[in-house]
Design a protein around this ligand. Sequence first.
Ligand code: GDP
Ligand code: MG
Length: 454
Amino acid sequence: MKILIESFTKLISRIKGLKYIDEETLRELLKELQKILLKADVSVQTIYTITKTIEEKFKNTKPPEGISIKDYLIYLLYQELINALGGDYEPKTELPKRPYKLMLVGIEGCGKTTSAAKIAKLYLKKKFKVGLIETDTHRPGAQDQLKQLADKIGALFYGDLKVKMSSDEILAKGLEYMLKSKVDLIIIDTAGRHKSEEDLMNEVKRLYELAQPDEIMLVIDATSGKQAAAQAEAFMRYVPIHSIFITKMDSTARGGGALMSVIKTGARIKFIGIGEDVDEVELFNPRRFVSRLLGMGDLETLVDKIKSIEEEEKLVKEIEKDIEEGKFTLLTVKKQIESILKLGPLSKLLQLLPTSMFPNIILKSIDEEQAQLTQEKMRRWYAILSSMTREELLNPDILNASRIRRIAKGSGTSPRDVKELLQYYQLMKRWISSLKKSRKKLLKFFEKGFPQSI
Ligand code: GDP
Ligand code: MG
């Protein structure tokens, strides 16, 4: 993980130091990215998808206004890495029922027992009562190991230190004990070693059927890299896998490959282990993970900025579409005001109109002469529009005196305010339709000056 962070940080600072990004530079940067991903043991297919998508988006889309080409490339990298890790999601940790039974499965040495204790500790911290059951009768010391961890963190334990019972027996008695003890979360640890893989899988399947767990979590060691998927698929053939715990992210560069390969199976990663200690566990969130990977504190600011520009563009497109389709209603006005309020103090209302449709000169003239909308007035109008029903927004014609009174009351304004807004709407509507009708004529007109007739 440390190596991975270092390589990515180097790549990012290289991008930041560039004066320009031409085809050649882009190719070099992508090659560098491929090298980093290869080192992380990401599969060739995934590497191809990531770099190809970045390349295409970079070539075929323009950075949003105000965002530099460098920042845009970093943003694309950030987005594609998140996508490769399953998109932006926050794993759920609440317990939908009590007792909630969680069963951990995975091959020997992957970190099941340690992870069981880590999860237990997380829930203990949240004031839940947690019980651990050790069903591993194959590995010498497994019972002791979990017992000691349970004592250390203050969780209940059930197992068979003398290893006389079968795993089935331990499970049945353990569940009974935990139910009696009114435990909120029961974590069942299983064996990872067996005579053969098939034996192991059969035991896992049998324990699953006996325990009827609410969640089966597969534990995978990050050093397995891109092989993680095959491991997951092997278990998936026997039992449903609801979530994944990737351990030892701290001790290998292959963690990225393990994460990305597992995601391909459709499984969701819930936790990552980042050390041997019981506290060294993290809830896995692709966005947070990538931010750290790219080693950028200011990345979030950049992303927020781009997101808000994208939102703005979407809203403007909606408004444009309404107007193009002749659906200029109060709902359109509401969207306009919403976008302006969101974007801050702009007297930009009219600039939100499609520039493709109207020459800038009109916008400027109108802006100065007719649309001196103050922030305060917009807020008042927004309150008024928010007090209207959808039907009223879409068919302003139905707004009679009694509706206007109701709306004024609901928005804490006066009927005069409502009427003023309606007048504005009518004016805009007339203005737009006359513009649309004689666009060409107007275009000529505007070369000479602003017509008095509008
Ligand atoms: P099990 O056989 O699946 O139950 O695996 P164990 O829980 O016994 O863990 C095997 C080894 O991996 C132990 O030495 C653990 O301390 C170590 N281990 C588990 N999780 C992590 C982790 O997140 N980071 C590191 N560095 N070591 C871990
Ligand atoms: Mg174990």
